[in-house]
Write a protein that binds this ligand. Structure first.
Ligand SMILES: NC(=O)c1ccc[n+]([C@@H]2O[C@H](COP(=O)([O-])OP(=O)(O)OC[C@H]3O[C@@H](n4cnc5c(N)ncnc54)[C@H](OP(=O)(O)O)[C@@H]3O)[C@@H](O)[C@H]2O)c1
Length: 428
């Protein structure tokens, strides 16, 4: 990252949308104008603000959402290892016992080492659905949590790159509104919100070419689909509470990839499916743009360290990789590892991929194929993970590097660990 000061010049816009073969920008699909969407949210009493500031040092009782998911499993393992906090995990299941089983199964799936005793003693499962008002909790449970939680780490969201804003809004925006509601009810609380670099991916940032950590979401213009739009709106609601004095922190991870140490990458996401498809059927199609590939263990370590860092209050952080990669560069790494991948025209790739998905009945190849539009729409291919923006991360690095938390490089040994952990070479 260069040390050049923030530049706001729009004199040399990058007309990347016009170039062939790049991302098709879908029109925003908002129920309401951006300003209206961002006007919701609770107000906060001065008393709550004062109480919340008294707990900024270390979490005593922390509520984590999304512990059954990819990042959530790493966050929980890191919280168990690096803090003494009691951790309330809110998630979906038939009852608390079943939720705890889901949480433990996820930790095992993600190859996280954890102390089963710590899980039994320090983790409490609370069944809830973040898409519902008050997370679907009854009044006694809501009040009980509001009175004893001192930190909220709101991480649950639905990441569906094909869904519209309105479809994702109840979970991603509504769920965050309820987190804010809980933050200002009962005792004062710190709130950490897991956002995404997608929240600062509007056309304005694309034209600028970079986004700094203290840059806010500006609007939704030019964003690629409903998912980043929901993250931008939710983040704006959180920041509003921060401006009212509540101690909030916003974490914007890059595109998550697997554990840099074990290679575990148990997520049904586009990138892992893409890697799977490259290695399994030796074919890719070209698209331009950089991928910000960020190992999930770095992001989890970073977020948990920032929950115990008073200097993180009132700020946003980019948890990203210093170096971005293009598809040809990633394919060159695969070639170094002995996996030759042929570059096919998009239509040929789609046909081959569909055939392979049909022949192998591999649902993950099928999932990778479904993420790309049918050949008829190929003229405007969408590839929602590419951001033509440099996400500056100097603030995160300034706080994390002294604690020995550094984003690992993406290199052939790392890719080899992913391939081995996914068991891709056995032809499974
Ligand atoms: N993956 C990425 O590349 C990436 C990049 C930047 C930011 N992020 C952010 O990181 C966070 C975690 O992402 P992830 O990759 O770990 O996603 P994930 O694996 O899909 O996990 C999502 C989690 O949210 C929970 N959830 C979804 N809907 C819910 C509902 N209605 N009620 C309660 N819980 C619900 C899921 O629970 P169930 O198990 O019950 O479905 C799961 O625990 C998200 O906020 C995402 O926006 C992710």
């Amino acid at each position: 990252m260069s040390d050049s000061p923030p530049q706001r010049s729009l004199t040399e816009p990058r007309a990347w949308q016009e170039r062939p073969g790049l991302i098709a920008v879908k029109p925003p699909d908002l129920g309401e104008p951006w300003e209206t969407e961002c006007a919701a949210g609770p107000t906060v009493e001065a008393k709550r603000v004062a109480e919340a500031w008294r707990v900024v040092d270390r979490p005593g009782t922390l509520l984590l959402t999304g512990a059954t998911g990819f990042l959530g499993g790493f966050l929980l393992a890191e919280l168990l290892a690096e803090t003494d906090a009691r951790i309330v995990c809110l998630g979906r299941a038939s009852d608390p016992g079943a939720l705890k089983e889901r949480i433990a199964a996820n930790l095992t799936r993600q190859r996280r080492t954890f102390d089963p005793q710590a899980l039994a003693d320090r983790v409490e499962a609370v069944v809830g659905d973040v898409s519902k008002p008050r997370w679907g909790l009854d009044e006694p449970t809501w009040s009980d949590l509001a009175g004893r939680i001192d930190t909220i780490l709101h991480n649950a969201a639905r990441i569906n790159l094909a869904n519209s804003y309105t479809r994702l809004k109840p979970i991603n925006v509504g769920g965050t509104l309820a987190a804010l509601q809980l933050a200002v009810t009962g005792r004062g609380k710190r709130l950490h919100y897991v956002s995404s670099i997608g929240s600062v991916s509007a056309r304005w940032y694309v034209e600028l070419g970079h986004a700094y950590e203290n840059d806010p979401p500006r609007d939704l213009d030019g964003m690629n689909g409903g998912y980043p739009q929901t993250k931008a709106v939710a983040e704006t609601l959180v920041a509003r509470l921060g401006r009212a004095g509540m101690p909030v922190t916003i974490h914007r991870p890059g595109l998550l990839i697997g554990d840099s140490v074990t290679g575990a990458w148990e997520a049904d996401d586009l990138l892992s499916n893409l890697l799977r498809s490259w290695v399994r059927f030796h074919a890719a199609f070209p698209f331009e743009g950089d991928l910000d590939l960020t190992p999930v263990d770095y992001v989890a370590r970073g977020i948990v360290a920032l929950t115990t860092t008073p200097a993180s209050v009132g700020r946003a952080f980019h948890l990203v990789n210093a170096r971005n990669w293009t598809v040809p560069q990633l394919l060159a790494m695969l070639a170094e590892l002995g996996h030759r991948v042929e570059m096919l025209p998009y239509e040929d790739w789609l046909e081959a991929a569909e055939r392979l998905a049909f022949e192998t009945h591999d649902p993950r190849i099928g999932a990778a194929v479904r993420l790309f539009p049918p050949a008829a729409a190929a003229k405007h291919k969408t590839f929602p993970l590419v951001y033509r923006i440099r996400f500056d991360d100097r603030d995160a690095r300034a706080l994390l590097e002294p604690r020995g938390i550094v984003c690992p490089p993406v290199d052939p040994p790392l890719i080899a660990r992913y391939i081995a952990a996914m068991d891709l070479e056995s032809g499974r």
